[in-house]
Design a protein around this ligand. Sequence first.
Ligand SMILES: Cc1cc2nc3c(=O)[nH]c(=O)nc-3n(C[C@H](O)[C@H](O)[C@H](O)COP(=O)(O)O)c2cc1C
Length: 288
Amino acid sequence: MAACTEMVSAKGLFYSTANTMRLLQTSAEDQPLVVQLYGNEPEIMSRAVYQLCSMGFAYFDLNCGCSVNKVVKTGSGAALLKNPRLLLEMVSAMTQHAGAGRVGVKMRLGWSNQEIVYLYLAKPLADAGAGWITLHPRTAVQQFTGRARHQALQELKTVSSIPVVASGDLFTARDALQCVQSTGVDTVMFARGALMDPAVGMRYQHLLQGRRDLPSNRDFVLRLCREAIDVYRRYSTTRAVLKLRSLLPRMMRGLPGAKELRKRIILCKEWQDLEEVMTSAQRHPETQ
Ligand SMILES: Cc1cc2nc3c(=O)[nH]c(=O)nc-3n(C[C@H](O)[C@H](O)[C@H](O)COP(=O)(O)O)c2cc1C
C-alpha cells in the first residue's frame, strides 16, 4: 500500500519555497511513498520531478482531481481534464525523469457531465508511460456532492491496461472490499475514511486476507490516538497540536465520553495538555 504526501506545487518546488520543502518532509515509516504534484506547465513539472528524483523520491502522482478554486483557476488540478492534450504532456514530462510506470494520475470523471473524459484518457495515459490511474468518480463541478459512481470504476478497469485505484465514498474497510469485489479495480485509496480512522488501511488488509477486522473499541482507538500524537510530536513542532485538535475528536467520534474528551482536546495548546487529557482518558474511562 502506498502513502501519499500532501499535494505539492511543482512551481513551489521550482522556487524551493519553505512551505513546499516542509510538505516534503518524510520519514522511513512513510515508505512506500508517492509525491503528488500539481501544476500546469510541463517544463516546470519536468524540472520538479528531476529535482525530486535527485532527492531520492521515486514515485509521483499528477493531481487532475482537485476542484478547489485556488487550484483550478491556475489551470491545474481538475482543470487539466478540460485540456487532455496538456494533461498528457504533463505525464510525459514526469515520466521523462521518473521512468515509465512510476507516475500515476489522480483524476475525476471529467470537468462536468457534458465533458466526461475518463474512458477516453485510459489508453493515451498508458501510452504516455503512466503506471496507474486513480479515479474519484465524480465530476469536478460536483465537487463532493451526490454519490461516487462506482460503476465508472468498473468501466475504466475494463478498458485500462494499467492498474486502476478506486477513490470515493470508501469510508470503511468493508466499503473498500465491496468496491474492489464489485468493480474489479486493483486497489483503493482512502481519504475521508482515513481521517476518521487511520487504521482503515490496516483493517482493509485484514479483510482482504480473510482475517477478522481489528477492534474498534475505546482501548484500541485511544491507542491509535496516542500513536498519532507520538508521530506528530516526533516529526513536528507545537503547531501540530492545532492539527491534532481537529484530528483526535474525529478519531474518537462514537466512543463513550467522546463529547467530553473533545471539549478538553480543543482547549489544548501544548503537548503536555494533550498528554494530560490522554492519560486521564486512559486511566479513568468510567469518568469520561
Ligand atoms: C481534506 C481532504 C484533502 C484532500 N486532498 C487531496 C489531495 O491533496 N490530493 C488528491 O488527489 N485528493 C485529495 N482529496 C480527495 C481524495 O483523495 C478523494 O478522492 C476524495 O475525498 C473522495 O474520496 P472519499 O469519499 O473516500 O473521501 C482530498 C480530500 C479531502 C476530504
